[in-house]
Design a binder for this molecule. Structure first.
Ligand SMILES: *[C@@H]1O[C@H](CO)[C@@H](O)[C@H](O)[C@H]1NC(C)=O
Ligand SMILES: *[C@@H]1O[C@H](CO)[C@@H](O)[C@H](O)[C@H]1NC(C)=O
Ligand SMILES: *[C@@H]1O[C@H](CO)[C@@H](O)[C@H](O)[C@H]1NC(C)=O
Ligand SMILES: *[C@@H]1O[C@H](CO)[C@@H](O)[C@H](O)[C@H]1NC(C)=O
Ligand SMILES: *[C@@H]1O[C@H](CO)[C@@H](O)[C@H](O)[C@H]1NC(C)=O
Ligand SMILES: *[C@@H]1O[C@H](CO)[C@@H](O)[C@H](O)[C@H]1NC(C)=O
Ligand SMILES: *[C@@H]1O[C@H](CO)[C@@H](O)[C@H](O)[C@H]1NC(C)=O
Length: 611
């Protein structure tokens, strides 16, 4: 029988355990009247910063989270069910605006609304980008944000377990001990099971001459590599921001967390020409009265690249024209808020294959699924330990297409302004021009990956790692209870489409290897009849989705170049306000973003503490 790998979500299997309660405040009236730091959002960034700031017992920290605690449902904890919390009560159910460049489809962009944030929803890929990805942040003028400055924080976050016996004996997995940390809060390890077709894919990768990296963590995340996950090596369950940074410090009485409260505004005052933060306002629901808490030192926005700019805008920090259109008075004239928004494009291609053991056996064979679940629960072994994506491939342009020189030529002759949103402010345009030059310089170099391939039993996910396209995030009204208009600008720049077209062709090269031919692959998507660049382009516009890495909407950079935060992540024009989440990234790294968000947050905590 032929199998088509399904990327569809597996049915949730709920086993209720009591929710965790530490210094978790159930009622508004339990809050102190003021806190030194108020952190907005209990995701990867927010919980990391809150944990580190509260190491000093004399410092009071409050985290405000709109969602609730999960109940350790199987679909949250078991790696083989990862992604199962998408579309549940733990998800904001956000979508990108439907635009012509993606055939007018509203692409869903899950965002965690739960303690732990999107680290409870995702597929647990725990990788870093390459040195070149972070060094370009520094090249853009952001001193202290290159690879060498971030590496200590990547390490600080980790409690790393090297490849286990299975990964070494079956896959020859290697690692570079010097790139890892062992004292951090976050479990990082390799699953004791990998779906067997992965081995054949690795053979195909070697057959076409792609190199295998010793370790993605040491600044060389290029070629193929074994990818660790945020997974506890003893229980084999997910290690999310909640398990790592909250559960471990539950006894700290100076760290408070309130759930079920959505931040509605940052409160500010203007004295002697200086604007400063005075408090944070929140409410449990749109029609409920708001409450507020005073901020002694700082408010820290960690609500993610979609909600952080929205909160700034409804608080009067943004583009005066946009703010007046939503009936918000301008407090700080900072037009770049919400601009430079971008995300990795995900494209799913599918081949049906003949193979004896594939992921979809879990969904098609109830006996096998039940046995596998029992194996997971009794021995922490078997298919459910694998969150998938055990082996990833990241390729420079020259390594997957002979059209690299042509694409580079198109890039350097392109007017950077030509494909930006029409309301891009002058400072954001200036910043983008510098980014465009840098993207052009890097696109033909061997140390910069522009494409990612993820193998899943014949399905090959193609990821666009350094998009040229930009969109924006805009509050739709003065209320944070109305979803912001988020547009990642997918495929608005034709360079992104051209790169993906070449990416699909190279997927076919991989499928034609002797190694993969043993599966007798049959191309289902896009389909063997889709061959011309135009037809491939249409397929891509009609099926492109997100790799779930929204970023860049409150970028780190000079104010006159579209920066919203300075090199200490302080928002320009206001005292006592920082942004610590993926919003700050000027350019996405060629990597899944969770690991980088942790490193950024660990570094931010030291900056705030003055270390
Ligand atoms: C997201 O959708 C799920 C399923 O319909 C629902 O239970 C949940 O409340 C929604 N989330 C929000 C924030 O509305
Ligand atoms: C591991 O290394 C051995 C010896 O070099 C080789 O025969 C085998 O194919 C390798 N396996 C993988 C999965 O790379
Ligand atoms: C890209 O191709 C070059 C030249 O063939 C090769 O040396 C290099 O290892 C390849 N890079 C990767 C990541 O496979
Ligand atoms: C702004 O206020 C006006 C007048 O009250 C109202 O008609 C309009 O709908 C408001 N706009 C938004 C986006 O809330
Ligand atoms: C898994 O699926 C393959 C392909 O259909 C089939 O040959 C095999 O018997 C299945 N194995 C199990 C355990 O269900
Ligand atoms: C389903 O799984 C069971 C247990 O692994 C296996 O014995 C059986 O052959 C599988 N059925 C099919 C149709 O592959
Ligand atoms: C390819 O074939 C499919 C199925 O017959 C058809 O729906 C599709 O329109 C064809 N695409 C092109 C570009 O010919």
């Amino acid at each position: 029988m032929r199998y088509i790998s399904s990327l569809a979500l597996l049915a949730p299997l709920v086993s209720a355990r009591p929710p965790f309660k530490g210094v978790f405040l159930e009622k508004n009236s339990d809050l102190l009247p003021s806190y030194d730091y108020v952190v907005v959002g209990a995701g990867a960034a927010g919980l990391t910063v809150a944990n580190r700031l509260s190491e000093d017992a004399a410092t009071t920290v409050l985290v405000i989270e709109a969602g609730v605690f999960d109940k350790n449902e199987d679909y949250v904890t078991i790696p083989g069910l990862a992604g199962g919390a998408v579309g549940t009560v733990y998800d904001w159910n956000t979508t990108y605006a439907a635009t012509e460049s993606v055939a007018n489809r509203a692409i869903s962009i899950p965002q965690g609304r739960v303690v732990g944030g999107s680290t409870k929803l995702n597929r647990m890929v725990f990788d870093r980008g390459s040195r070149s990805d972070y060094d370009r942040w520094e090249t853009l003028g952001n001193t202290g944000w290159g690879w060498d400055s971030l590496l200590p924080y990547f390490k600080k976050n980790e409690k790393y377990t090297p490849p286990n016996e299975y990964m070494v004996s079956e896959y020859n997995a290697t690692f570079d001990a010097s790139a890892h940390g062992s004292d951090g809060y976050m479990h990082v390890s390799y699953a004791p099971f990998v779906w067997p077709t992965t081995k054949t894919f690795i053979d195909a990768v070697k057959e076409v001459g792609i190199s295998i990296s010793e370790d993605q963590a040491n600044g060389n995340a290029l070629g193929g590599f074994y990818c660790p996950h945020n997974q506890d090596p003893t229980t084999e369950t997910r290690s999310s921001a909640r398990e790592a940074y909250w559960n471990t410090v539950e006894t700290r009485t100076n760290l408070h967390l309130i759930t079920g409260q959505q931040v509605t505004r940052v409160l500010t005052s203007a004295k002697n020409n200086a604007v400063c933060v005075t408090g944070v306002e929140y409410a449990p629901a749109k029609d409920q009265p708001t409450s507020s808490v005073k901020v002694n030192k700082e408010a820290i926005l960690a609500a993610g690249a979609i909600f952080t700019p929205q909160i700034l805008q409804v608080s009067g920090i943004g583009d005066p024209a946009h703010l007046s259109s939503i009936n918000v008075s301008t407090v700080v004239d900072l037009p770049a808020v919400g601009h430079n928004f971008h995300d990795h494009v995900l494209l799913t291609t599918v081949n049906s294959i003949n193979a004896p053991l594939v992921q979809s056996n879990l969904t098609s064979n109830a006996t096998f699924a039940a046995e596998s679940l029992e194996l997971f629960k009794s021995q922490q072994a078997g298919p459910y330990t694998d969150p998938t994506a055990a082996f990833l491939v990241f390729l420079p342009l020259n390594n997957f297409t002979t059209e690299a020189a042509t694409i580079h030529e198109q890039a350097v002759s392109q007017d950077p302004a030509a494909f930006l949103p029409s309301d891009t402010p002058a400072e954001s345009l200036k910043g983008y021009q510098a980014q465009h030059d840098l993207l052009n310089a890097k696109i033909i170099t061997p140390e910069s990956a522009v494409l990612e391939y993820i193998w899943a039993d014949g399905a090959v996910v193609v990821g666009l790692e350094h998009p040229y396209s930009r969109g924006s995030v805009k509050a739709a009204s003065a209320s944070t209870f109305d979803a912001p208009i988020a547009d990642a600008g997918f495929l608005t720049n034709p360079l992104d489409l051209a790169i993906l077209v070449e990416g699909v062709k190279y997927m076919r090269t991989l499928m034609k290897t002797n190694a993969l031919a043993t599966f007798q692959p049959f191309e289902v998507l896009p389909g063997a009849n889709v061959t011309s660049d135009e037809d491939l382009g249409n397929f891509i516009r009609q099926s492109a989705s997100t790799l779930f890495h929204p970023a860049g909407s409150c970028m780190l950079g000079a104010r006159e170049e579209g920066g919203v935060v300075d090199s200490e992540l302080k928002v320009y024009g206001i005292n006592g306000l920082r942004v610590v989440d993926a919003s700050m990234m000027p350019l996405l790294p060629a990597s899944h973003t969770m690991t980088t968000v942790y490193a950024v947050a660990e570094k931010a905590a030291d900056i705030i503490k003055g270390i």
